[in-house]
Design a protein around this ligand. Structure first.
Ligand code: COA
Length: 162
């Protein structure tokens, strides 16, 4: 049973995350999405909401589970007896940070590999921050986030249509 962890803040989940997740689910017997409860980033959505969105969007992928975690990612990975950490790479700019995380995680647990999947080109420019910014300025994010997230974002930013 090969298990992978896909960690992130997911504030909120985007179609770019979903793309990585679907592809990772084909490579492993089980993928656990690990939503960071607390991060240095101040999140727009509470952990319960981020988890609810993720659960809704992965409900049709049978080998994906959603959990939240606090503290060190590697402690969560060890607790789940996972073999790998999945990370999406969007651009060269992601590389330095990801390389640092991967090396540190390797130092913490040498038996766990970090696997990088290249984000599909149509989502390469996406981030949760840019999505939130566009919605807050009444921009159209259709097709970039799951519908449940689009509705919630519009509500958060008091869109009349929501
Ligand atoms: N498509 C679209 N956007 C993507 C994406 C993809 N495929 N992959 C990442 N992103 C975006 C995210 O939405 C996020 O956007 P934001 O910065 O605007 O919020 C950004 O890219 C980075 O996200 P991600 O790569 O998921 O990292 P993160 O900062 O959300 O999460 C943790 C990082 C939680 C995994 C990391 O901080 C961690 O492990 N924390 C636990 C503490 C710990 O163990 N620290 C030591 C680590 S060695």
């Amino acid at each position: 049973m090969r298990v992978a962890i896909y960690p992130g803040t997911f504030d909120p989940v985007t179609n770019g995350h979903l793309d990585i997740l679907k592809r990772a689910s084909l490579l492993f017997n089980k993928v656990i999405v690990a939503i960071a409860i607390d991060n240095e980033k101040e999140s727009l959505f509470k952990i319960e909401e981020r988890k609810k969105f993720m659960e809704a969007v992965v409900k049709d992928i049978p080998n994906v589970e959603v959990e939240s975690f606090d503290g060190l990612l590697m402690h969560f990975v060890q607790k789940k007896k996972a073999h790998a950490i999945i990370r999406g790479l969007r651009a060269v700019s992601d590389f330095e940070y990801e390389f640092q995380l991967a090396l540190m995680n390797k130092k913490l647990e040498k038996n766990v590999e970090t696997i990088f999947l290249m984000t599909s080109s149509e989502y390469a420019f996406l981030s949760s921050t840019i999505i939130k910014q566009v919605v807050s300025l009444n921009g159209n994010i259709n097709g970039l986030v799951p519908e449940i997230v689009e509705i919630a974002l519009k509500k958060k930013f008091n869109w009349e249509k929501a």
